[in-house]
Design a protein around this ligand. Structure first.
Ligand code: FES
Length: 141
């Protein structure tokens, strides 16, 4: 079949890395879910336990409808960041709510695999689990 795959590396908060193959057209959120093995009911025993768990907890609370920011990822190389489509206003608004926002932050549900992104590395922010982080007060709108 003609499905084209690219390589993406997810880097967890402890620096552990997971290389995955992502079909062109799939969002990074979906790709993460697909590679999380099964999200429910499975005994995790890989060294990627914390990475997977962290995705499970943080990812895709709104399932890609730009209503959460739990899918926040950090593009590790500016070169790749610059290859992404510009974020829509809705994405920027959600990113404003993300903990640990960086210059190369994006929402994983809005980053769609395309050939130019082959080799991209995405860091999972260390403290992005939810809004209950100590001392975090969401910006008023
Ligand atoms: Fe909610 Fe991406 S999954 S904004």
């Amino acid at each position: 079949d003609s499905e084209e795959m690219i390589s993406i590396t997810f880097v967890g908060k402890d620096g552990e890395e997971k290389d995955i193959k992502v079909p062109v057209g799939m969002s990074m959120l979906e790709a993460a879910h697909e590679n999380d093995i099964e999200l429910e009911g499975k005994v995790y025993n890989s060294i990627f336990y914390s990475l997977i768990l962290c995705f499970y907890v943080m990812s895709g609370a709104c399932e890609g409808s730009l209503a959460c920011s739990t899918c926040h990822v950090i593009v590790m190389d500016m070169e790749y960041y610059n290859k992404l489509e510009d974020p829509a206003d809705e994405e920027n608004d959600m990113l404003d709510l993300a903990f640990g926002l960086t210059e190369t932050s994006r929402l994983g549900c809005q980053v769609i695999a395309k050939p130019e992104l082959n080799g991209m590395r995405l860091a999972i922010p260390a403290a992005t689990r939810n809004f209950a982080v100590d001392g975090y007060v969401p910006k008023p709108h």
